[in-house]
Design a binder for this molecule. Structure first.
Ligand code: THU
Length: 132
């Protein structure tokens, strides 16, 4: 699956978002070496701090299904936003620890604008285990 197709998967995942508070539905799709794709969507709660982002639901789902850091080859994220949706700081921190640093992150919106970066570029100087 190429990156454009992965973004299409993220659009499908977005339809599973539960976002009655922000009305901002986000979808993510995490591709593994064996071709498996894990969907993620933001899931909100009336207790706002419990809201969970699309990127993290995708990553955590994959891990719970038995996938490991080495299995992850690309992550796509999409929302109905003016510019390609930019992962929040918390998700960048999680990506930085649970995905390899060179994993491409494809960001898109529903207008068809997309851009690509890498985990390391999204969070330079990340706080890591070795910092403790
Ligand atoms: N959100 C994501 O799911 N991913 C992002 O990269 C940015 C923000 C969600 C969290 C919340 O449910 C809603 O978007 C508004 O912040």
């Amino acid at each position: 699956m190429n990156h454009k197709e992965l973004l299409e998967e993220a659009k499908k995942a977005r339809l599973k978002s539960i976002s009655p508070y922000s009305h901002f539905a986000v979808g993510a799709a995490l591709m593994c070496k064996d071709g498996t794709v894990f969907h993620g969507a933001n899931i909100e709660n009336a207790s706002f701090p419990l809201c969970m982002c699309a990127e993290r639901t995708a990553i955590y789902s994959a891990i719970l299904a038995g996938k490991k850091k080495e299995d992850f080859v690309a992550l796509a994220v999409v929302a109905d936003a003016p510019r390609p949706v930019s992962p929040c700081g918390a998700c960048r921190q999680v990506m930085s620890e649970l995905l390899n640093k060179d994993v491409p992150v494809i960001m898109g919106n529903l207008k068809g604008i997309a851009k690509e970066s890498k985990v390391a570029e999204l969070l330079p100087y990340a706080f890591e285990e070795s910092d403790m």
